[in-house]
Design a protein around this ligand. Structure first.
Ligand SMILES: [Zn+2]
Length: 104
């Protein structure tokens, strides 16, 4: 594999000197951009570590427990009815704080 780099490098120098270096760097740049694009798109198709597994069902919050998420920035409160992921939701660009109350 690495032996193939020697003739490719020689060919690149010949093309770069005779025709112009843009004909050498443009395909390399295009390859780098395409590799980055495919890598980014491939990452979108995989579920993240905090995303809900498609096969699992969200579990209902236990009776006698009341879980609220509140936003420190604006004071918004969200009552949790079903827990699908252990991660807290976001509001105003930051994670909300969890508060669980035990009801009598
Ligand atoms: Zn907020």
């Amino acid at each position: 594999m690495y032996l193939l780099l020697i003739p490719v490098a020689l060919l690149a120098v010949i093309v770069g000197v005779n025709v112009g270096w843009r004909w050498v760097f443009a395909p390399v740049l295009a390859y780098a951009l395409l590799a980055w694009l495919y890598g980014s798109l491939r990452a979108l198709t995989r579920p993240g570590y905090d995303q809900v597994d498609p096969g699992s069902t969200p579990e209902q919050v236990k009776e006698g427990e009341r879980t609220l998420f509140w936003c420190e920035e604006c004071g918004t409160e969200v009552l949790l009815l079903f827990r699908g992921t252990p991660r807290a939701p976001s509001h105003c660009g930051q994670r909300m704080h969890e508060r669980t109350e035990i009801l009598n």
